[in-house]
Each structure stands twice: as structure tokens, then as C-alpha cells.
Design a protein around this ligand. Structure first.
Ligand SMILES: Cc1ncc(COP(=O)(O)O)c(C=O)c1O
Length: 381
């Protein structure tokens, strides 16, 4: 199957009892057994649920993986992945990453004896100086949140293989429509399905996808033992959302390109961060590993005043001021006080998350309305 067929059909068959074309919501916690152990493949819904299984198979197929596992949120998926590690182990992570990921690493897992190093990964070779005998995992987000840096997945996977590290890519911003990290050598892909994958801002969920059976068995063990699984209704919503992933992503990318170019030429704007620009430091890598450049854009305002950023985000009509991203509706956010508030000011400023930075999640509305909205809001400055 090609990608646009997989989104609609992978992991899904018409219901054998009724012929229902949509995967039913199996709202059940348990399943009848004829004699102990004699059942139809399901025993208890923490361990497995048919609606969730359909979604898990669909995700594995979209990422060209073999195994998919869903969790109650993106952070629950991250939590499960880090539980592959033991006290004393070390992780090398991108320094420009979602604030909640930084928080779970530093405020939760450091208490359990796991050590995290944060480094810009624009030049992969620089990572090697942090690798020692305790290093077990490499963690990358690409494009990064919110600076839209691009990390070379193939180069990192070569390093991870050389040093026998588990290489995890958070593919939330790109989705498998734009980028398939497992094909480029990553061991694990994780998602906040809450974003583009579900696509309609109506569900919170996460996922882990891999190819290796031993790794998958460990992840299933953690999923079942720790139990942070999503319910069948939410699994249904994500399955339904994914059916239009390719159509939505195409429009997110088209609108993104038009808006990035509009912002670049605006006299009140300083820098625009979008990997599609030829001047973007890793544009060539983006072209190599992504099929298009996505609908996430960040920019900062000339003079770098916090109040200016607040004025702009508070005066938009179609860009709703809200946490999150990747829904059909456009959103704007102020990372320094919202998504990245968990990262200390000194630390976030090193990566470019300055006070006037604004992050846009470009929706699939009519792009001329979006441009007019940005224009009128910037005129308030
Ligand atoms: C890149 C990235 N990874 C992970 C997460 C966490 O996902 P969730 O909010 O579904 O727990 C987010 C949430 O914003 C994100 O943007």
C-alpha cells in the first residue's frame, strides 16, 4: 500500500459480525474465556483492546515499522521509553525540545538516577564527546520544537550504531507523511498523537513504533505493567483522524510555505524559523530526509520585547492562542510563557526561545484569511 491508502486501510477491516466499515469502539474492559486461556485473542483491555490494536497496526504501517503501541499521552509514551533504562544510564538529548519532555527527563527521571545531557545536534559529530560507557540512548526531535532546527537522522543513527545506543526520534512535528525515521536507521519513533496524527484537537494520546522484536517485547511489557493505555473511544478518534492525515498535511505544508514567506518580508519581524527557507542552516538535510517542510513556523519580533509578543498573540482571530499544535485550526503560542515555561530562561535563550518568540501552527483554513489575520495583529504594534 502507498501512504495515502495506508492511512485509510492499514490495520482496519470491516467488522466481521455486522460489516460496519468503521472499526467499532470496543468499549469493554474484559473478554469472555471458555476455559482459562481459551479466548479470541483478548483477555483484558489494559493488555489489549481491538480498537486500540487497529490503531497500533495502522501506526506501525505508516512508520514502516513492525510494532506499534499506544499510550495515554505523548508524555506517557516518553515515560515508557525511558523505563527501558536503569539507574546510572545516560541519555544524550537535543537541547531544543518540547518543554514537557525536558521536564520529565530532569524533574522525574533524574530522581531515579538517570542522567541527561542536552546538546544542540545540528552538528552530529559534536555528540561524540558526551558518549561514555554509561550512555544508552540518543534522543532527537526533528524538526525541533519551537526553533524548527533540523537534525540529521541518518548521521545520528550511524553514531548510535557505532556506540550501541538506542536511538529515539520524536516524530510529532513531521509525522510519517513527511519523514519516516525508522527507514533512516532510528530504533524507536515516538509521537504525541494529540497533534497532527489525530489532527482535530479533540484527543490526547501518544505512541511508540519500532521494528525490532526484542525491543517491542520490552515496550509491551512496560505498556502492560505500567498501564498508561488509552481508551477505545480515543483510539477510534485517532484512527478516524489519521484517515485524512495525508490531505491535511499537504494543506498544512502549502499554507505554511505561503505564510513563512509573508512573515519573512514583514518589516516588524526579525527572524522567521522554517526549514523550507534555503537560508535555514540545515535546509539541505531537511530536503534529504523530509518530503516537504511542514506547517510549524516560529518568528520573533524586532526589538525582542515580551509585551510585543503578547500583543500579537492576544489580537489574532483565526490563530487561537492555545497550547498544542497540529489541528485543522490555526493556533499561536508564546513558548517562553507557555509550552517552554518549564525550561529555565537562561537555558531556553541559549536555543533561541527569546521573550518575543511566537510559534504558529498553521491550520488548513483559507490561507488569505490567515495572512489577513497576521497582518491586522502585527499592525497593533
Ligand atoms: C514534540 C512533542 N513531543 C511530545 C509532546 C507531549 O505530548 P502530549 O501532550 O500528548 O503528552 C508534545 C506536546 O506538545 C510535543 O510537542
Amino acid at each position: 500500500m502507498k501512504f495515502g491508502t495506508k492511512t485509510i486501510h492499514a490495520g482496519q477491516q470491516a467488522d466481521p459480525t455486522t460489516g460496519a466499515i468503521m472499526t467499532p469502539i470496543y468499549q469493554t474492559s474484559t473478554y469472555i474465556q471458555n476455559t482459562p486461556g481459551d479466548h479470541k485473542g483478548y483477555e483484558y483491555s489494559r493488555t489489549g483492546n481491538p480498537t486500540r490494536s487497529s490503531l497500533e497496526q495502522n501506526l506501525a504501517s505508516l512508520e514502516n515499522g513492525k510494532f506499534g503501541l499506544c499510550f495515554g499521552s505523548g508524555l506517557a509514551a516518553i515515560d515508557a521509553i525511558i523505563k527501558l533504562l536503569s539507574p546510572g544510564d545516560e541519555v544524550i538529548s537535543t537541547n531544543d525540545l518540547y518543554g514537557g519532555t525536558y521536564r520529565i527527563f530532569t524533574k522525574i527521571f533524574e530522581n531515579y538516577g538517570i542522567k541527561f545531557h542536552f546538546i544542540g545536534m545540528k552538528k552530529p559529530k559534536e555528540i561524540e564527546c558526551l558518549i561514555n560507557k554509561n550512555t544508552k540512548m540518543l534522543w532527537a526531535e526533528t524538526p525541533t520544537n519551537p526553533m524548527l532546527n533540523i537534525i540529521d537522522i541518518t548521521a545520528l543513527s550511524e553514531i548510535s550504531k557505532q556506540y550501541n545506543l538506542t536511538f529515539v526520534v520524536d516524530n510529532t512535528f513531521a509525522t510519517p507523511y513527511l519523514q519516516r525515521p525508522l527507514d533512516l536507521g532510528a530504533d524507536i519513533v515516538m509521537h504525541s498523537l494529540t497533534k497532527y496524527m489525530a489532527g482535530h484537537s479533540d484527543v490526547v494520546m501518544g505512541a511508540v513504533i519500532c521494528k525490532d522484536e526484542t525491543l517491542a517485547e520490552k515496550m509491551y511489557f512496560i505498556q502492560n505493567s505500567c498501564g498508561a493505555v488509552p481508551g477505545p473511544m480515543d483510539s477510534f478518534l485517532v484512527l478516524r483522524g489519521i484517515k485524512t492525515l495525508h490531505l491535511r498535511m499537504q494543506r498544512h505544508c502549502e499554507n505554511g510555505e505561503i505564510i513563512a514567506n509573508f512573515l519573512k518580508d514583514h518589516p516588524k519581524i526579525d527572524n522567521v524559523y522554517w526549514p523550507g527557507f534555503k537560508t535555514h542552516p540545515n535546509h539541505e538535510i531537511a530536503k534529504k530526509q523530509m518530503d516537504d517542510f511542514g506547517g510549524m513556523i516560529s518568528f520573533n519580533i524586532k526589538g525582542n520585547k515580551l509585551d510585543d509578543a503578547i500583543t500579537v498573540v492576544s489580537n489574532m482571530h483565526y490563530f487561537s492562542l492555545a497550547e498544542s499544535l497540529g489541528g485543522v485550526e490555526s493556533l499561536c503560542g508564546h513558548p517562553a510563557s507557555m509550552t517552554h515555561a518549564a525550561i529555565p530562561k537562561k537555558e531556553r535563550e541559549k536555543t533561541g526561545v527569546v521573550d518575543s518568540l511566537i510559534r504558529l501552527s498553521i491550520g488548513v483554513e483559507d490561507v488569505s484569511d490567515l495572512i489577513n489575520d497576521l497582518k491586522q495583529s502585527l499592525e497593533k504594534l
